[in-house]
Design a protein around this ligand. Structure first.
Ligand code: GLU
Length: 422
């Protein structure tokens, strides 16, 4: 079967993750069938903002790994074609002029129905359908006219879109019938909701694809996660590569019930993907992420720190908090060091003698110190960790000290010993 689908975003700013999920379903469906995935911008004006939003949409899709076929098309480029069809419909008595606009005559009796791949048989009584404006008095076509016409002109075989468009579908079907074209198959996918059952919005966390990128999610993990919002392969397989998703995706396994967006599951999944990356690639991506986010941290040091964090953080966005002490000044909370000043001072003196200043030698020295002080390693190392990293949670202490370097480590230990003693 040769299929052709499309994503038809309105260029109104950031792309909501729910729409990205719908785009992904379209893309998976197209790739699964060896068909085409088109990108069509549903613009109602042609301002600079539209151009920027269109560029942003493309950049976001590319980042996620969704490639499209053919050129990006713009709805307003077909204004004249729409006007021509509208005039023809007037000539045929299927539409009429009304205060400068052109309205479509919806049938008054019977019902408009379709077999939705996701929702089954859907039927609307025609008496509920108002006569639809096709072309406004200023000459611009409406969404409900231009969209189905573009589906016809582009040879779209399957319209896979959000359930918010279900009420538009009977109108669009009547227009497609009126122009004598063949109907596409419709598949209306459910909304993506937050854990509280409400439409996913800012208050749940990240909602725009940019937010997820900024938080340091890996595009492959996000793709995997989004694919499982309302679709499943066999109810138990969670981790699937891009190729596996393409191979396994079918619309028949898309469910009509709303999908709940579980941020914890996404974090877990992202961690799985990040840990599975070859170390070199992990470092490359971490460097790229930090650069993209505007950090000017020493690349060499980031690369050396990468193996220390790969198993520990679930998102690249956590790197700054977790390992930022390597790149910037810290201010340990004196309360956290209360009573531990002697250990910090002793560690400083001990480490001053360590040469070379490498993790193994550092570890031996600090373990020796703990023994002499008759402290458990945990008890002895925690204040040292706080003194050099500013936090109770950090990458491995000995490796961290090595990366920080002897001079800076000693300086931080001295400072911590002095502050908390005061
Ligand atoms: N422009 C519509 C939207 O962003 C898409 C309409 C469609 O897919 O038919 O929701």
């Amino acid at each position: 079967m040769s299929v052709r689908v499309r994503m038809a975003p309105s260029p109104t700013g950031l792309i909501h993750i729910g729409n990205v999920r719908t785009a992904l379903f379209n893309w998976l469906f197209a790739r699964h069938h060896g068909g085409e995935f088109r990108l069509r911008i549903e613009n109602t004006d042609t301002s600079r903002e539209v151009a920027e939003a269109a560029a942003h949409i493309q950049e976001s899709l590319r980042w996620l790994g969704l490639d499209w076929d053919g050129p990006v098309t713009f709805q307003l480029d077909r204004m004249a074609d729409c006007a021509e069809v509208a005039r023809r419909l007037v000539d045929e008595g299927k539409a009429y002029e009304d205060e400068g606009a052109i309205r479509f005559r919806m049938p008054d009796e019977g019902a408009t129905a379709w077999d939705d791949v996701v929702r089954g048989h859907v039927e609307f009584p025609n008496e509920k359908l108002e006569d639809l404006v096709l072309v406004r008095s200023d000459g611009r076509p409406t969404y409900n006219f231009a969209s189905p016409m573009e589906d016809v002109w582009d040879g779209i075989t399957h319209v896979i879109r959000g359930e918010d468009h279900i009420s538009n579908t009977p109108k669009q079907i009547n227009i497609i019938h009126a122009v004598g074209a063949e109907l596409p198959v419709y598949a209306h996918v459910s909304h993506v909701l937050g854990a509280d059952g409400k439409q996913l919005s800012k208050r749940h966390g990240s909602v725009n694809i940019d937010d997820f990128r900024r938080d340091g999610y890996h595009p492959s993990a996000l793709m995997n996660f989004l694919a499982l919002l309302g679709w499943s392969y066999d109810d138990k397989t969670t981790i699937m590569s891009r190729d596996e998703l393409v191979e396994r995706f079918t619309l028949e396994r898309v469910v009509p019930s709303p999908a709940a967006f579980d941020y914890q599951k996404l974090d877990w999944m992202n961690g799985v993907y990040l840990r599975a990356l070859p170390p070199e690639e992990y470092a490359d991506e971490l460097v790229r992420f930090l650069r993209e986010q505007g950090y000017d941290w020493d690349e060499e040091l980031v690369r050396r720190a990468a193996p220390l964090v790969q198993d520990k953080i679930e998102r690249f966005g956590q790197f700054a908090e977790f390992a930022g002490f390597l790149f910037r000044e810290i201010e340990p909370d004196p309360a956290l060091l209360d009573g531990d000043t002697p250990v910090v001072a002793a560690a400083r003196d001990e480490l001053e003698r360590v040469e070379p200043f490498r993790a193994a030698e550092i570890e031996a020295a600090l373990r020796g110190l703990a023994e002499r002080l008759e402290l458990s390693p945990r008890k002895a190392f925690q204040p040292i960790r706080i003194a050099v990293t500013g936090s109770k949670v950090s990458p491995g202490l000995f490796e961290s000290l090595e990366l920080l370097g002897k001079e800076e480590s000693l300086r931080r230990l001295s400072a911590a010993a002095a502050t908390s003693a005061a």
